[in-house]
Design a protein around this ligand. Structure first.
Ligand code: BTN
Length: 327
């Protein structure tokens, strides 16, 4: 096998992750100059190989590169900006920076890698390079702060519809912001609302969506290993999924946001994996609530979880106050 083909095979076996030049040289018994020559030859043949100081080389699978032009070409509403970043701390942080810099236009920020992805309740959202899709919407909806939770529910429906459109896969929603395939969480949504100090009105909302597409090379971190899952079992059949999924989420989300009939709520209920099940109710501090367990009866139009306790009393739970675990 030619040197460049050996280097290609090694990069392919580790696609979307970095291998140092020294590592490649050691594994293939080459000099560093030989590695560089092979990388150059591969690039000349059209392979997209990234080089980063102190990290090495990475073969980026062509079809899975986020592309501003592709996303724009696939979205119905051409008027809003889409910003694609190779890497960021968090797309929600980027949206916040934009808002603070005075951006009034609704904007979408998409990235392939977050170094400090955030989840709800101060948790980390594991966002390794190349295996997920991370995006945030900076929105300026005309609604009361108390209704902002419904934006999370709209986004959840948009994600499920987009996944169905692009891959044909059915997903379910665990109130309020988690998307599941069977018993594995493959996506989470974090909505942050910012109010005006002058009149307490909602100034803007940032809705961040993270989707695990492929299993990370070294698996998920131990703390989420039992619950986290991926949309696909591996990346071998990837066919521009990231751009298509991103565009489909944008299209579905904007359609839902602009639909005054609020049809999304019945879509949300239909996909709920909690209705009819018992849940354990936890307070915001993570402790089990006094009432403990309840049967989920439904979800109301304001996205409250309607539950019934053993003593037959009923409650409408709000996501700001409690979270639930399927029991
Ligand atoms: C959760 O599961 O608790 C919510 C996860 C939200 C993750 C997304 S990824 C894009 C955006 N940027 C972030 O830092 N968080 C959200």
């Amino acid at each position: 096998m030619k040197t460049k083909d050996q280097v290609l095979a090694l990069l392919k076996a580790n696609s979307n992750t970095y291998i140092s030049g020294q590592d490649i040289a050691d594994r293939l018994f080459l000099t560093r100059a030989g590695v560089w020559k092979a990388i150059k030859a591969l690039r000349d043949s059209g392979y997209n190989i990234e080089a980063v100081n102190n990290r090495g080389y990475c073969l980026v699978t062509d079809t899975e590169i986020l592309s501003h032009d592709k996303i724009k070409a696939l979205t119905d509403n051409q008027s809003f900006p889409v910003i694609v970043l190779e890497e960021t701390t968090s797309t929600n942080d980027e949206a916040r920076k934009l808002a603070l810099s005075g951006t009034f236009a609704d904007t979408v920020i998409v990235s392939d890698y977050q170094t400090a992805g955030r989840g709800r309740r101060g948790r980390e959202f594991y966002s390794p390079k190349g295996t997920g899709l991370y995006m945030s919407f900076l929105l300026h909806p005309k609604m009361d702060l108390s209704k902002a939770t419904s934006i999370t529910c709209m986004a959840a429906v948009a994600v499920c519809m987009a996944i169905k459109d692009v891959t044909g896969t059915d997903t379910s929603i665990k109130w309020v912001n988690d998307i599941f395939i069977n018993d594995r969480k493959i996506s989470g949504i974090l909505t942050e609302g910012f109010t005006s100090l002058e009149d307490g009105s909602l100034s803007y909302v940032i809705t961040g969506i993270g989707i695990n597409l492929y299993p990370p090379k070294d698996g998920f971190p131990p703390e989420i290993r039992k619950i986290a899952g991926t949309l696909f079992p591996d990346s071998s059949n990837a066919s521009d999924v990231k751009n298509r999924l991103c565009a489909a989420i944008i299209n579905n989300f904007y359609a839902i946001l602009n639909d005054d009939s609020h049809k999304y709520i019945s879509e949300y209920r239909n996909r709920s994996n909690l209705i009819g099940h018992y849940v354990k109710i936890m307070q915001a501090d993570g402790k089990t609530s006094e009432k403990g367990y309840a049967l989920v009866r439904g979800i109301d139009d304001d996205c409250h979880l309607l539950v019934e306790y053993d003593d037959q009393t009923q409650d409408a739970l709000s996501t700001g106050e409690v979270s639930v675990e399927k029991y």
